[in-house]
Design a protein. Structure first.
Lengths: 289, 210
């Protein structure tokens, strides 16, 4: 049966609220592991209050962070799915519903770049990207609100035939420039190749990847391990006040490119907002992180 | 880092701030003034430059980059309620902070992510320390809110207003810049840059190892 616009709207609103109030389970595990291994006393204390904050928000149905970011949704449409109405507008309406009804209410973060006026709505908000899943009878929606702490430091540079050394050096440069400011320990997503826009999209998709998956490309699997160790050797630590836990994960994807090869680096802060739902054509909804 | 915990009550004298060292923890009580508005900071600097008093006296006090959701009272004249608060990145106020630190008699500033060396110099000169609050600490930090004492420049959106909040045991916050010219942010940045050549060399070796 067709997936209804009303259900998409409702799920869209719920996804945003879940992402604001609960950090993913794998992220809690990573923070606990970091607390167990970090050699810095202040880092272990900071990781402890991070975990306490995440638990408190979840238990009290409260916000983990007051910077609720701007709404960003990644949507994958199964090709066998039918709809009873609009999809994009349902997502717009879902965020509007959320902004009007969430408890506690959220601050106005959506900002007009020309006037700096702030609101809960704005041109092209929410930012929605669409992709297809051939043969699927469901749609997937992932909500990953983007806030100031990590959003400010994401970067992209276009190289010509970069070596792996150049790519890895660039990732480290971006992380050092971000330094203490993106609320570490962070998740680093890297997109290599494709085009300017596609590299950025790959980097964004990679910060949404759950922890613990092995990259199917052996060159990238090795690079992920090397870069994670390298970033954690920099010493910025939790909240950037020192320690061995600057990143929880480095996730990398690539696409065939030309002689020009963009490298994009996306960052997620320690609360690692990413919440997803799969809506099946029988109306059932599966939630995932 | 010493990691000593200080329970402080505002306003603070110079000796109390000079006792804070980078790496110490602070639990803070009393009245703090907060805003994350860029226009708010610029207006504060303009008021100071013009020799006009701010609507709230910050001498010996604390000014933090904390964003608060204020629910306005039903009756005009009554104080709003602060539903929650949480830190924001301080570096975007680098241009304003030295003048505010020197001109307002602040003993504590804070937020997250630190301030640049021009602010560190101003803090050493004025006797002021920077506290790093937990980004993503909205729930526990908000539990410290007792009441809103005052709310000024209310034509701004909630988090841009100049708001004074009474808090009880706010924190723990980490002393990240002390009043002696020590900045953990600068130390860590220099250390990371110093470590980079060795890290890059290690990456090269790892790439060459099958």
């Amino acid at each position: 049966m067709p997936i209804s616009s009303a259900l998409i709207q409702s799920v869209t609103a719920s996804l945003y609220e879940r992402s604001l109030k609960k950090i993913p389970e794998d992220t809690k595990v990573a923070l606990r592991q970091a607390r167990g291994t970090d050699g810095s006393d202040i880092a272990r204390k900071t990781l402890t209050i991070m975990l306490q904050s995440a638990d408190a928000a979840e238990q009290k149905d409260h916000l983990v962070c007051s910077d609720v970011g701007i709404p960003v949704y990644s949507v994958k449409l199964g090709t066998r799915v039918q709809f009873d109405g609009p999809v994009r507008q349902a997502i717009v309406d879902g965020f509007k519903e959320l902004a009007q009804n969430i408890d506690p209410p959220i601050l106005r973060m959506v900002t007009n770049p020309l006037t700096h006026q702030r609101s809960h709505a704005g041109k092209d908000m929410p930012i929605v990207t669409f992709d297809m899943i051939d043969g699927a009878s469901y749609i997937e929606i992932v909500c990953a609100p983007k806030a100031m702490g990590s959003g400010r430091w994401e970067a992209l540079e276009t190289f010509v035939y970069p070596s792996l050394e150049t790519i890895e050096g660039y990732v480290l440069d971006v992380v050092i420039k971000a330094g203490s400011q993106p609320c570490p320990p962070i998740v680093v997503g890297v997109g290599i190749g494709g085009t300017f826009d596609y590299a950025a999209r790959m980097a964004k998709q990679q910060i949404l990847r759950p922890f613990g998956q092995t990259n199917p490309e052996p060159i990238l699997a090795a690079m992920e391990q090397r870069l994670l160790s390298a970033i954690n050797s920099l010493g910025f630590g939790p909240m950037g006040t020192g320690g061995d836990s600057t990143a929880m994960a480095v996730h990398i994807d690539y696409a065939a490119s030309h002689g020009f090869m963009p490298v994009a680096v996306a960052l997620n802060c320690w609360i690692n907002r990413r919440t997803g739902a799969r809506i099946h054509d029988d109306g059932t909804v599966e939630w995932f992180e | 880092m010493s990691g000593q915990t200080h329970r402080l009550r505002l306003p603070l004298d110079l000796a109390a701030v000079q006792a804070l060292k980078v790496g110490d923890l602070v639990l803070l009580s009393g009245d703090i003034t907060i805003s994350i508005g860029l226009p708010t900071h610029q207006r504060m600097v303009q008021e100071l430059a013009a020799g006009r008093a701010l609507p709230v006296d910050l001498h010996g006090g604390a000014f933090f980059h904390l964003s608060a959701y204020l629910r306005d009272a039903k009756h005009s004249g009554d104080m709003p309620t602060a539903l929650y608060m949480n830190p924001s990145t301080s570096t975007r106020y680098n241009a304003s902070m030295p003048a505010l630190i020197r001109g307002l008699g602040l003993r504590l500033v804070g937020g997250k992510g630190g301030l640049d060396m021009a602010s560190v110099a101003a803090m050493q000169e004025a006797g002021c320390a920077y506290l790093s609050f937990l980004g993503g600490g909205c729930t526990p930090l908000s539990e410290a809110i007792e009441c809103v004492v005052s709310s000024h420049w209310n034509e701004y959106i909630s988090q841009f207003r100049l708001t004074t909040v009474r808090v009880n045991q706010l924190g723990p916050a980490t002393v990240a810049i002390d009043a002696h010219g020590n900045s953990v942010y600068q130390q860590l940045l220099v250390r990371a840059q110093d470590r980079l050549p060795d890290i890059l060399a290690r990456l090269k070796t790892q790439r060459q190892t099958p």
